[in-house]
Design a protein. Sequence first.
Length: 84
Amino acid sequence: MVGCGSNKPSAAHIKEGTDLELTDCKQLERVNGSASSSDSKAEEHAKNQARERAAALGATHVRWIVPCCTYVEAATYRCDTPID
């Protein structure tokens, strides 16, 4: 049903942040993404895969740890909930 669902953000709404911007956010898990080296948009597709995984965790932001190429890795954060 349209309009119903969870409070988890979609991959398209995951924002990128820096350590300084994310200090008041709750850190979640690390995520990764990968794409074939023959993919002309490998970095874009790998980052999209990582953002989808971040969204599934309920993250609102990512901070790239490995930001390039056919494999990417990011720390995920939820910035609209209090830190425990």
